[in-house]
Design a protein. Structure first.
Length: 748
């Protein structure tokens, strides 16, 4: 036993010595492995936010390297070296803007107005972008194509319209004299890139001619380059091709791009977008290439260029305010580029509202993100994905066999990278009328969330889910300002009078206080044909229409010409190009003070036939700004009471003409029925148009709110009938009893 014990102790000591020697090596190796893992994880996280792209050779329109030629960058030729740029441009409604399917004004049921020539986009007129691109052959044209690009190109990515216009031939190759070149409705051009928008700075050439001398061709004639229409020199300006870098560059220089478009230097717009990369440098009005940014093969290195998948920041350049998690929101400047913020008060950000520096009423209690989906790291592309993305592809319901539950046939990733469709999934909204064939292709709330698993507490759950949009309860309020009214009846300095909802001015500090607003709840027929109640912001629009055989809005230059003697009073809601809502700045304003009769008389004297003051209401469905589930509407009395949210009145701003305002209607193309009433407030100093929803007119009956006279009368008559029946029944018991009592009394 003694020997065995000594041997056991010796073995333990030997093993301990081995472990003592090996353990430090193991620990060192473990630390090294952990370090390597951390580096790999860091690189993996970086790769999630950056797409490693090969070095890019910047080519001009002739396919030559711009370092050698010094010519503008062509995104079509540069990106087309690896991707099918023609296919992408031809399959992108952002580039098309409906121009492929244009029709004669007044010849489509989809059109919201008699002067529309597309269902949406460039030919679907809205009062928010007042001036029109007049179609070919119009007798009293407003803007030509070059004018429209310079005026509104700030929200247009370029492509089909900017290169081909209404026809099917490249604008730089058209002479404008051949009859066969004239565009006709429903042309199906061969394809090419698209256009963009911004403001004036002429580049028209050739001799000026009168309106009668130049047959109206919007592709070739400019109306804003002189006192008379002039031919536009596309050879000098270049065309506006689709700008891939605007969406796929990490930090595109959108301001420089817009500046080139405003100046009419369309060919240089793509080049200007690259200013943030250091590859190009502005020298006065010219651009020069920085050779130090290029390698020996004439390519820009990937680290400097940073080509990536589009993020919400890129989408926000045209669609609304996007604020990242690391950006401080200290000033809310709303411009015409911030479309969703302007019309709906939408801010797409993961930040908590309480963390912003904006002057918001009750901000300290708003410990919630601006949008719960942004806080959950969702981006625009997660919902508005490419329709042929192999990871997300789903065949459309139209033409799909009813028995088919899954479609395995889809593109390979190699095929998708070469020819990615830029037809993005669209929702079904009151305002989105462009590319109607893609309406409803986006996944809805119901496709991602199982409502039946999260609403156990909700009585009559199936009825609520069938008759309500999810946003009705999950977006109970909007916490940023939005438009309330836009008035073009007496523009000042080329700008309309604007009224805002959700913001007030403090009398003591004169600093705007953002109060936010509660959306109005209205029924709308969805793409599946069902009526559902959803939240909306409504904007009242006022403008003049030149009536007659070919009605159209009175041209802005005609209005400005007759308004020289009309006075404007200083107000507090006027915006010239943008409105700032911050803690230390206030808005500038001009409030029109005029008589519609006076303006109508002046327009008649100026040759405008039958000017008519028009008021209409534009609805904007609210689908972003979703609150956390804990803040959703849960109280039954919110809707099911005499003060129901579903009948809550909604202000539409101050009115100038009471009669016309009472006749206002929500635009018919929105799908919203006339389930509402309009009244003018009793205030004589500042009368306001008020809209009150009446969902009962659309077939809704809301317990606790709805009242039908015939139901009340039926109930009253039923009650009276029951009382009478009781009385008759009682009399049958009482009369015999009294008779028996009398007979007993007689016997006594």
């Amino acid at each position: 036993m003694g020997t065995t014990k000594r041997n056991w102790v010796r073995r333990v000591l030997e093993r301990s010595a081995v472990w003592a020697a090996v353990l430090p090596l193991i620990m060192l190796s473990s630390d090294r492995c952990m370090a390597i893992a951390e580096v790999a994880q860091s690189q993996r996280q970086e790769n999630l936010t950056e797409i490693t792209h090969r070095p890019v050779r910047l080519l001009d329109a002739n396919g030559q390297n711009v370092i050698a030629s010094g010519q503008p960058v062509s995104a079509e030729r540069t990106c087309g070296a690896c991707h099918d740029a023609q296919y992408i441009s031809n399959h992108c409604y952002h580039a098309d803007l409906g121009i492929r399917r244009w029709f004669r004004p007044g010849q489509s049921e989809r059109a919201a107005h008699a002067w529309d020539y597309t269902s949406g986009g460039v030919g679907g007129w809205t009062p928010f972008f007042y001036q029109r691109l007049s179609p070919p052959g119009e007798s009293k044209p407003d803007l030509g194509l070059a004018d429209w690009l310079r005026t509104y190109g700030f929200r247009y990515v370029g492509g089909r319209l900017g290169q081909f216009g209404f026809g099917d031939q490249l604008l730089t190759k058209r002479d404008g004299h051949s009859p066969e070149q004239a565009a006709t409705p429903n042309d199906t051009p061969a394809g090419g890139p698209q256009v963009e928008k911004s403001g004036p700075d002429a580049m028209a050439s050739s001799s000026p001619g009168s309106q009668s001398e130049l047959t109206w061709d919007p592709d070739l004639i400019s109306t804003l380059s002189g006192n008379q229409p002039m031919r536009w020199d596309w050879g000098s300006s270049g065309t506006l091709e689709m700008n891939c870098f605007l969406c796929h560059l990490h930090s595109p220089d959108n301001a420089s791009r817009i500046e080139e478009i405003k100046a009419g230097r369309f060919a240089w717009a793509v080049t200007a977008t690259l200013a943030s990369t250091g590859a190009v440098v502005r020298k006065g009005t010219q651009w020069e290439y920085n050779k130090q940014a290029f390698d020996q093969r004439g390519a820009v290195v990937a680290q400097a260029f940073r080509i990536e998948r589009p993020t919400a920041e890129q989408c926000g350049q045209c669609h609304g305010k996007v604020v990242s998690a690391h950006e401080q929101l200290s000033c809310l400047e709303i411009s015409w580029s911030d479309w969703s913020t302007l019309t709906k008060g939408q801010i797409f950000s993961p930040q908590r509202i309480s963390d912003s520096e904006l002057n918001i009423a009750g901000k300290e209690t708003l410990v919630r993100p601006w949008d719960i989906h942004a806080a959950s790291l969702l981006d625009c592309r997660h919902c508005h994905f490419s329709l042929d993305n192999p990871a997300l592809f789903e065949p459309p319901a139209r033409g799909r066999p009813k028995h088919l539950r899954f479609e395995p046939r889809r593109l390979s990733f190699a095929e998708y990278l070469e020819r990615p469709s830029h037809q993005f999934a669209k929702g079904d909204t009151a305002q989105g009328k462009i590319a109607p064939e893609f309406t409803g292709t986006m996944r809805t709330c119901r496709d991602c969330h199982d409502a039946t698993a999260a609403h156990e507490w909700l009585p009559f759950r199936a009825v609520h889910l069938a008759r309500l949009e999810c946003e009705t309860c999950h977006i109970p309020a909007v916490y940023a300002p939005a438009l309330e009214a836009i008035d073009w009846s007496a523009p000042a300095n080329g700008q309309p009078f604007l009224e805002w909802r959700g913001v007030t001015s403090s009398n003591s500090t004169n600093v705007p206080l953002i109060t936010g607003f509660r959306p109005v709840i209205l029924p709308r027929k969805a793409v599946d044909g069902e009526l559902r109640l959803g939240p909306y912001n409504l904007v009242r629009a006022s403008y003049w229409v030149e009536s007659g055989a070919s009605p159209r809005p009175v041209r802005l230059r005609d209005l400005e010409a007759i308004l020289s003697g009309v006075s404007h009073n200083t107000g507090h809601n006027r915006s010239e190009s943008s409105v700032v809502f911050s803690t230390n700045q206030q808005t500038r304003s001009l409030q029109p003070h005029y008589s519609t009769t006076e303006i109508a008389g002046r327009l008649k004297n100026a040759g405008v036939s039958s000017p008519e003051y028009t008021v209409e209401i534009w609805p904007f469905g609210i689908h972003h700004g979703v609150a956390p589930a804990r803040l959703a509407i849960r109280q039954c009395e919110t809707c099911h009471s005499s003060s129901s949210l579903l009948g809550q009145s909604f202000s539409l701003g101050k009115v100038q003409d009471d009669d016309k305002s009472r006749e206002a209607r929500i635009v018919s193309s929105s799908g919203i029925p006339q389930a509402y009433s309009l009244q003018i407030s009793s205030s004589t100093q500042n009368p306001v148009l008020i809209l009150t929803p009446t969902p009962e007119k659309a077939g809704f009956y809301i317990l606790g709110k709805s009242r039908h006279n015939w139901v009340d009368w039926l109930g009253f008559l039923a009650m009276v009938g029951i009382v009478l029946a009781i009385m008759v029944h009682t009399s049958f018991r009482i009369v015999p009893y009294l008779s028996s009592v009398r007979s007993i009394c007689r016997q006594d």
